[in-house]
Design a protein around this ligand. Sequence first.
Ligand SMILES: Cc1cc2nc3c(=O)[nH]c(=O)nc-3n(C[C@H](O)[C@H](O)[C@H](O)COP(=O)(O)O)c2cc1C
Length: 348
Amino acid sequence: MGLYPLIRPLVFALEAERAHRLTIAALKLRPVHRQQPSSPSSLAIKDTGLDFPNPIGLAPGFDKDAEVFGQALGLGFGFVEVGTLTPRPQAGNLKPRLFRLAEDRAVINRMGFNNQGQAAARGRLAAGPRAGIVGVNIGANKDSANRAHDYAEGVRAMAPVADYLTINISSPNTPGLRDLQDKEALEGLLTVVTMAGRGSANSARPPVFLKVAPDLEPSDIDDIARAALDFGLDGLIVANTTISRPPLRSRHRDEQGGLSGAPLRALALQRLRDFRKATGGRIPLIGVGGIESGRDAYERIRAGASLVQLYSALVYEGPGLVRRMLKELEQHLTRDGFASVADAVGTE
Ligand SMILES: Cc1cc2nc3c(=O)[nH]c(=O)nc-3n(C[C@H](O)[C@H](O)[C@H](O)COP(=O)(O)O)c2cc1C
């Protein structure tokens, strides 16, 4: 047991966004090591040309401005995704915009892509060697006249400092953004993004992932899967927060925004299975949503994910969670006779 259970009541006494800023400030005080802590060798996985020491990543939204990715890697994460970063800085929605639903082990947020912009993050990402894999999640400014253009700009600006890029078209908090998931809009976007990627120097052509919402109809899933395969995307990230509301107990349950954490688990798992079926295992999948234990990570891997990510569980479990999950995941693999994570992917 770490210290977190003792500190948690103090953290929870603070307004949620303030607590988050303090967490970032506290992490900044920790030293950044050149080497990541070692993970058991059975947890290593090679995917889209990258060597992940383990498959558990920090989901975007925690380190939006690339301030603490080094420290996050030091917690044991196999990779960290920063962002969402938009071309120009923007303030995001009015506060309060972040809510803890403690009784439900959930979070609702309507941050609205608050971030300092790509140039500021780019400077931090370019400063010095990194201890591990850092992906960059890009989005469009709320007031952009041409959203596809914003993504192309993001690819050009961030490819040189990213181990991978994520095209995020699934945030519920930028009005109209998720319409980019519709067939024609998506094909138009991917055409523009692919061209921007080709323009990059060979050395700066990181893998490109697409992050989708869990709130999709079967026909949307087929269209997205087809487009991802046709355009040669390197992975699909399933999923972002949900605008649906499974039964919740907390007083914040009716707040507008995207729901994450435990109540998202079943829906995100189902969507992962849907995308596994729609893509037939021909494209790597990254599972996200309600993952809070090694068992959850293992379940997502068996359902077809090569990698997983989490955010909300950190709020409830604290930073020691990652190490505990790695140990648990290793135990599940050994128990079921898998020599590696790759052997277990999609075996459910
Ligand atoms: C406060 C907060 C902010 C988030 N911001 C982003 C974001 O900027 N970009 C993004 O792609 N996802 C964002 N997410 C979604 C997470 O990356 C993740 O997809 C979602 O929370 C589900 O995972 P979880 O249940 O482990 O939290 C955010 C989530 C939370 C809770």
